[in-house]
Design a protein around this ligand. Structure first.
Ligand SMILES: O=P(O)(O)OC[C@@]1(O)O[C@H](CO)[C@@H](O)[C@@H]1O
Length: 349
């Protein structure tokens, strides 16, 4: 069982435009839809749709549309009821796949609610089939009033309370919550940054340089390994993704796909990695499945998550970067090409 914690979930509203987004104009959408979102929620959705048990832990009222969406999608969840409605995040998509996203701050989570959310999570870790072979994913931004070291506090509490039975911890966040986690000793077993977050977390080179140069990105990821991170799964937009561990570094690339919405592609990549990992795959094959999942998600509308059966890991090429490991190269040699969101769409972590 894989647990996810989304402290700042959202109802993702996707509006499809018939053409280019025109600032200041009234435009008619060709389609609109809603899905439960937030990074951890998306990871849980992607795992569930592939038949891997996942429980999403999140704040929000029983009647909140996010819970309704999770029930409809058959996703298991544990919610901490709060009074305020959860946020709605808006995605505007253009026909060429260009994605514009506007994220709301979300309702504040009071200190007493933060404690209760952690208690709910610890309870979930001790129940069922969570344990040292499993994972806890801490993902997304933090709502107002939550301190930036929140993910580090969660990691410390879970490890203190569960000891050897604690699940491994994966973190996917950005800005102050990412820095707060790293600076306060969260020491995640897995960190999933994009190029911007890798630059932010290491202060090593710029986002553009890291995205353009996987070897440079691998060096930056290596700095995080030296600081106690177990493994770094770095998504590099059109350059594919990297996996860096203490025992090896790998780069995965694939032919471009026609992107429809890059929202949630990073979350699906993390889900792909985890579902391969819990099935016992070797690191290069976990990376392969991450890239296959991310590519499939980018080709789907809105925050839609793919099932593993709809992904194409055979199209992904994995190469060893440092001669310490490597997967069985499969599919067309496609170095330098990968999931290709349009240049005007930023890959979300
Ligand atoms: O504001 P955050 O928490 O950083 O990101 C939230 C969000 O953009 O992340 C997901 C895509 O990764 C979406 O479902 C959701 O709207």
């Amino acid at each position: 069982m894989i647990l996810t914690l989304t402290a700042n979930p959202s109802l993702d509203r996707t509006v499809s435009l018939p053409g280019v987004l025109e600032r200041g104009a009234v435009q008619r959408a060709v389609a609109a839809g809603e899905e439960p979102g937030g990074k951890g929620v998306n990871v849980s959705r992607a795992l569930t749709v592939s038949g891997v048990r996942s429980v999403a832990v999140l704040p929000g009222a029983d009647a909140d549309p996010v819970m309704t969406g999770l029930r409809q999608a058959g996703v298991e969840y544990l919610n901490l009821p709060i009074e305020a409605p959860l946020r709605s995040n808006i995605t505007l998509t253009e026909p060429d796949g260009t994605t514009t996203k506007i994220n709301a701050p979300g309702p504040p989570l009071k200190p007493v609610e933060q404690e209760a959310l952690i208690a709910l999570l610890v309870g979930a870790c001790t129940a069922g089939d969570s344990g040292p072979g499993s994972w806890l994913v801490l993902a997304g931004s933090l709502p107002p009033e939550v301190p930036p070291d929140f993910y580090a506090s969660v990691a410390h509490t879970v490890r203190d309370r569960l000891g050897a039975q604690a699940p491994r911890i994966a973190i996917d966040s950005s800005g102050p919550p990412l820095m707060g986690a790293l600076l306060h000793g969260a020491e995640p077993d897995l960190l999933k940054p994009n190029a911007e977050e890798l630059a932010e977390a290491t202060g090593f080179s710029s986002e553009a340089e890291l995205e353009a140069d996987p070897l440079l990105a691998a060096r930056a990821a290596g700095m995080l390994i030296e600081r106690g991170v177990g493994a770094v799964l770095a998504t590099l937009g059109a350059r594919g993704a990297l996996l860096v561990t203490a025992s090896g570094s790998w780069l995965a690339t694939r032919p471009p796909v026609q992107a429809r919405s890059t929202v949630g592609a990073g979350d699906s990549a993390l889900a792909g990695y985890l579902l391969a990992e819990v099935a016992g795959a070797a690191p290069p094959d976990c990376l392969r499945q991450a890239v296959a999942h991310g590519a499939a998600a980018a080709s789907l509308p809105g925050t839609t998550v793919p099932a593993v059966a709809a992904t194409d890991p055979g199209a992904v090429t994995v190469t060893t970067l440092d001669g310490t490991g490597g997967g069985t190269p499969r599919g067309p040699a496609a170095a330098g090409s990968a999931t290709a969101p349009p240049s005007s769409s930023k890959e979300e972590s």
